[in-house]
Design a protein around this ligand. Sequence first.
Ligand SMILES: [Zn+2]
Length: 323
Amino acid sequence: MAKYIGGDLGGTNVRAGIVDTETGEVSNLISVPTIGREGHDAVLHRMADLFLNVIKTSGLQVTDIGGIGIGAPGKIDSEKGHTVFLPNLYGNWENVPVTEMIKDYTGLPTYLLNDVRAITFGEWKFGAGRGVRSMAVVAIGTGIGGGMVINNQLHLGLDGMAGELGHTMIDFNGPLCGCGNHGCLEAYASSPAIAAAGLKAVVQGWTTKIGELAGYDLNKITAKTVSTAASMGDQVAIEIYEQVGFYLGIAISNTILTIAPERIVIGGGGVQAGDILLNPIRRTIKERVRMVDVEKITIVPAELGDNGGVIGNALWAYQRNEL
Ligand SMILES: [Zn+2]
C-alpha cells in the first residue's frame, strides 16, 4: 500500500487529497481558491502549501507520502512536467516548470497530466471503466476534454495530448473554437454551448420552462437550467439535448472507429442530464457505426465525480514512480 497526493489545478479552485493507491480511497481532501490573477508563481506556492497542509492534517509525515500527481486543464508536456497552454486559467502559463517547482518546495517527486487524462486513469482503475482493456472518456464542462485507455495502458501519445475529443471536428466550416480551429465538437456540445442554445430558445420566445427556471434573468441560464427543464419534460430543452447528444455521438462514433473500445465513459458536469443526454449518444452511435460491433460497447456515466481527477493523478504519480 502506498499513499500519494492527487492534486487538481482548476480555474476556480485547487483541490488535493491523499489517495490510497490500493483502494482508490481519498482522504483529507482540501480545496483552496486558485486566484490565477496573482500569477503562476503565487498559484504554485499556494498549491505546494496546500499539499503540505493536506499531509499535516492527515497526521502523516512528508516521508510517508510517495509523491504528488497534478492535473491541469489544457495543453501540457507530461514528459517535461511543464504547462504549455492553459486557456481556462488566468495569466501566462507558457512553459511553466510545474513539477520542478513543486518538487523543490515539497521534496516529493511530482508528475503532471492533463486533467481529463487523469480522470480517465482514475475512472479506469476505480470507477466506470473497471475491468475493460480499452475505453474512452469524454468530459463535458466549460470545454470538452477526453482521454483513452488502450490495451490496459493510459494512452498519452505525443506530449501527452492523445484524447482531445473536444477538438475533433464535426463541421469543417463550423464556428470558431477556443483553440483557434473551426467546427470543433466543443463549440457545439460544451456546457456554454448548451446554455447558449437555452438562451436562444428563450430569446426567440419559444414555449419552454428554461426562462422561468432562470427567474427570467437571461444571465442565469446555464447548462444545469436546460438539463433541469429537460428532466421536467420540457420539449424545447429535450430537443437541445437531442441535438447535443447527436453531435457528441458523431465525435464518439469516430473515436469508436479509431480505437474500438469496450466502453465509453461520459463525465463532467454535462453528464448530470443522465439518459436525456446518453440516449441520443447511444442512438447516434448505433445508426452511424457499421464496422465495429457497437452492441458490445457500453456508454455509461462516470462514477467518481469530482474525485476522479484527484484519484487519477495520484495513481499516475504512483505508476510513474514505483512501477
Ligand atoms: Zn477546438
